[in-house]
Write a protein that binds this ligand. Sequence first.
Ligand SMILES: [Zn+2]
Length: 402
Amino acid sequence: MRLNRLKIDFKKLYLRFMNLTQVFEEIYQEIRIEDFESRFLPFSKLKSFLDLNYPEKKLIGKSFLDNDIYLIKIGNGNQKVFGWSQMHGNESTGTRAMFDVFEFLKSENELSQKIKESISLYFVPMLNPDGSNRYSRRNACGIDLNRDYVKESSTEIRALKRTVNEIKPDFLFNLHDQRSIFNVSGSSKPATLSFLAPSPDVQRSVTAARKKSMDVIGYIYKQLETVMPGHIARFSDEFYPTSTGDNFMKAGYTNLLFEAGHFPNDYQRNEVRRFNALAILLALGKISDSKEDDSELYHKIPENDKKSLDIVLRNVSVKSKSAESLIDIGIYFEEKLNLDKQEIEFHSRIEEIGDLSAYFGHLDLDMEGRTWIGKDAMYPEIGKPADFSVGSIHFENGVFKG
Ligand SMILES: [Zn+2]
């Protein structure tokens, strides 16, 4: 007993001299929630987790199919930060990351104490439970909630807007996932995390609310570049007249878009989740203790591009009776829910053919002129499953396990 206590005090002392990133990395394995390993996070799983760990959760609305939409909270500070995730049901990384952040804030260390004293953090962990259950972007009746701000056709977006307007947060965090096709502009590295301070109008004006968002994102970039160099990008700030972030900004709410993307060999996005959690935490750290203006750094973040594919096979020979062509083949992994197994499978599909010198493969292979042999086809065809051989290498549509 005595020995244990000494051990804990020693750890506290040790953590005391570290910054937020260092403390997070040090204790991450202790705080991460093992239940959330899979990208498939249906409502039932969230509900049983919340019932057990957050019994004080508040019901803020119902989905189209009558599933609950909840709000949880931690901290008692004056600054109000309000996040939501899975407004697109198949984008669970933000949900999983935010629960890691909550666990961090519950842990005993000086930095989490400090954040809780200056910030009240609110979180809606699954705005679209119906979409989450079927691993779909849209809600049960087909509405993209992120394009429903103005029309308010969905019960889910009404619940979000009502809650935000009641709480009147100082900052909004809009948590999403992006597909593996996004890379950091001019680089072969995938855009593992992308950020946006959305525009409030077509002129892309930098209002006071938007500048605050740029400041926080600039800070996240500065800090995260040391942890994941070259993997951070900035989303296009084109104004989308019906989207949530743009309209919240228009209404004067400072908001940040977080997009979790691909990281090498991490198809279940657990590494990405850790980076995403750290990004959220750094944003909270900045909001709780802002000394400098980092908004200029925002413009230094390279833009998002769409030049990544899951596999690129270069210099593949395809032959007819009279001709031969040397082509590159780009393959994309489409995510599909296997309902029986309750897990996400990755189905490979031919996405692009021809000269792919402008593209980067997460797996990028030079086939050096080896011959393409299709299983049921004479030639490769866009949109078809990757079901072929090149030389002695065999690709089967089958299923790639993340
Ligand atoms: Zn999304």
